[in-house]
Design a protein. Structure first.
Length: 292
């Protein structure tokens, strides 16, 4: 069982960074890469065995809108993996095995309008292939341990991504942005988890409400026959217009042992889940392991 990290953006905001522009945390790949490294280190030191790169919202087109030339944008995307690898390697002296997952967010994340929580972008599968493939190739070439294909709201986009993963031939997990038993675009999770690929090491959900995780984990395990990945957000809701989180946070630490019992082998947090939350999660699941 692996402990994943928590949210990159909230950890950077807690360190005093303004992430209100369209590039979100990806902007700091250019402006403050050492701060991204510091967040990776903090999560590793909190007990995470995986660092998820700051590439979720990074794309050549997105950087281009901010005035970054294509060759520099490609370098920045690749650097997200190099930063996490460097931190992992610096900590290797303690003998703890750690990994780097290269974050592959949905097309909706690049739109910076909350589309990753809706899907149904109104673009073709061919468009999505052309958008995703260059970024996947850049990330794979940078040498992560696997791809974290995450917060995918739409089965159509997931199908494109799984095809590309198989063509590239690189291990990945696939996690959906979900509400209840459906993707954010409204398709049944049962269909979403049924996608077949020899390169998928796990399927599951992320950036959903903590209370939606248990049912999704059970369904993912039953339908896919694969290990399950589960890393919900804090339970707050994203206001895309105001670019802020609203509502009350929920502590999902006490729920995590049930997720593991149901088949979750990769467990962590997403937006608004910070290092201390991951520390508590790691301790809780460690105690569960010792009790068995």
């Amino acid at each position: 069982m692996h402990i994943l990290d928590g949210g990159m953006s909230n950890a950077l905001e807690d360190r005093g960074h303004d992430l209100s522009d369209a590039l979100w945390s990806a902007r700091l790949l250019k402006d403050a890469p050492d701060e991204i490294a510091a967040v990776h280190r903090t999560y590793y030191e909190a007990g995470a065995t995986f660092a998820t790169t700051a590439s979720y919202q990074a794309s050549v087109s997105g950087f281009g809108k901010a005035g970054v030339p294509p060759d520099e944008a490609e370098r920045l995307i690749s650097s997200s993996v190099a930063i996490a690898r460097r931190v992992r390697d610096e900590l290797a002296v303690d003998g703890q095995e750690r990994f780097v997952a290269a974050s592959v967010g949905p097309y909706g994340a690049v739109l910076a309008d909350g589309s990753e929580y809706r899907g149904r972008y109104g673009v073709s599968k061919a468009f999505l292939r052309d958008f995703h493939r260059p970024r996947l190739e850049l990330l794979v070439a940078a040498g992560p341990d696997l791809l974290a294909v995450e917060t995918i709201p739409d089965l159509d986009e997931a199908e494109v991504l799984v095809e590309l993963i198989d063509e590239i031939g690189f291990p990945a997990w696939l996690s959906y942005s979900a509400a209840g038993t459906r993707t954010r675009a409204g398709q049944p999770l049962e269909e979403a988890f049924a996608l077949r690929s020899n390169n998928l090491v796990a399927v599951g959900v992320n950036c959903c409400a903590p209370e939606d995780v248990q049912g999704a984990v059970e369904l993912a395990a039953a339908v896919s026959g694969k290990p399950v990945v589960a890393y919900p957000n804090s339970g707050e809701g994203w206001d895309a217009g105001g670019r802020r989180w609203t509502g009350d946070a929920a502590d999902s630490t006490s729920l995590a042992p049930e997720w593991v019992a149901a088949g979750a082998e990769y467990v962590g947090g997403c937006c608004r889940v910070g290092p201390e939350d991951i520390r508590a999660l790691a301790r809780t699941l460690d105690r569960e392991d010792l009790a068995e």
